[in-house]
Write a protein that binds this ligand. Structure first.
Ligand SMILES: [Zn+2]
Length: 126
C-alpha cells in the first residue's frame, strides 16, 4: 500500500508508521492544525461575546420580555450558549456567560442577568 506525506503528498519510504517525509512537513502540518483549531475557538468566542453583548444591551435598555426574532435581527445565534440551568420549579434557562433567557411561549423570551456563577436570580415575569 502506498503511503504519502500528510503535508506535501510525497510518496513515503521507510518505516510504515511514518506520516511525514520531513520534519519541515511535520511542522507545517501541526502548525496548520493548530491554526485551524484556534480559528474555530476564536469564531465561537466571537459569537458568544456577540450574544452576550446583545442580551446585556437589551437588559440595559429595559427589555426583559422580547421576541426571539428581535435578537436574531441583531445577530444573535441560538446555537451558541455557555450553559443551561434548570431551576427547582423546572424552568430552563439558557445562558451566555451571566446573561440568560428562558422561553415563555410563542417565540418570546424572558431575559435575566445572573447575580452569581451558575445561579439564576428568581425573577417574576413582567
Ligand atoms: Zn512532505
Amino acid at each position: 500500500m502506498e503511503r504519502i506525506c500528510l503535508d506535501c503528498g510525497a510518496k513515503l519510504l521507510g518505516r510504515s508508521d511514518k506520516k511525514f517525509c520531513s520534519d519541515q512537513c511535520r511542522n507545517n502540518y501541526n502548525n496548520r492544525l493548530n491554526r485551524d483549531q484556534n480559528n474555530y475557538v476564536r469564531n465561537v468566542h466571537a459569537q458568544l461575546r456577540r450574544n452576550r453583548k446583545i442580551l446585556s444591551d437589551l437588559l440595559e435598555d429595559g427589555y426583559e420580555h422580547i421576541h426571539r426574532d428581535a435578537l436574531i435581527a441583531q445577530g444573535y445565534s441560538f446555537t451558541f450558549f455557555t450553559h443551561l440551568v434548570e431551576t427547582m420549579e423546572g424552568l430552563r434557562w439558557s445562558f451566555c456567560f451571566e446573561y440568560g433567557f428562558r422561553e415563555t411561549g410563542k417565540g418570546y423570551l424572558y431575559l435575566c442577568r445572573s447575580s452569581s456563577y451558575m445561579d439564576v436570580e428568581a425573577g417574576e415575569e413582567s
